[in-house]
Design a protein. Sequence first.
Length: 160
Amino acid sequence: MEHVHPFVVHFPLALLITASFMGLVGIFYRRGLFKEIVLWQCVVSLFFLFLAILSGYSDEERIIGSLPVDELMAVHKKNSYIITVLFLLLTSWLVLRKRVMKTVEYSSWVVFLTIGGVSVIYQAVLGSKLVYREGVGVKPMEMAKAKAAEKIKQEANINY
């Protein structure tokens, strides 16, 4: 699963953000249709969420860390677990209650779905900071960091 993470992460991001929007539209227009659309978006997204987490762990082994990277990575990982659990619960809730859900319950469900959508957007921001600000996963940046780390290591050995 080498370097799969950058390709996989965009599927749950797009599907879950769109699902949040579709859930909101479903409050006002053809709720049954939009429940069905959102359900399938969540189900497919869960598959890609698990794949994104697994591929993230695989790619993490190749990252040359620094304090900012390690801090961002810790929040990124924790948020991925929260998102996965939240959408597992929301998908289960919809599967079990889809046919009998009334307006108040559906609206409550959409509030949680929207919170999930916002957390997915936050996750995307964290991921983009890792890539664009810290150069994580960008081969020239990783090579430069490796050379710099090796140089520091050599200088430390010379001084002692």
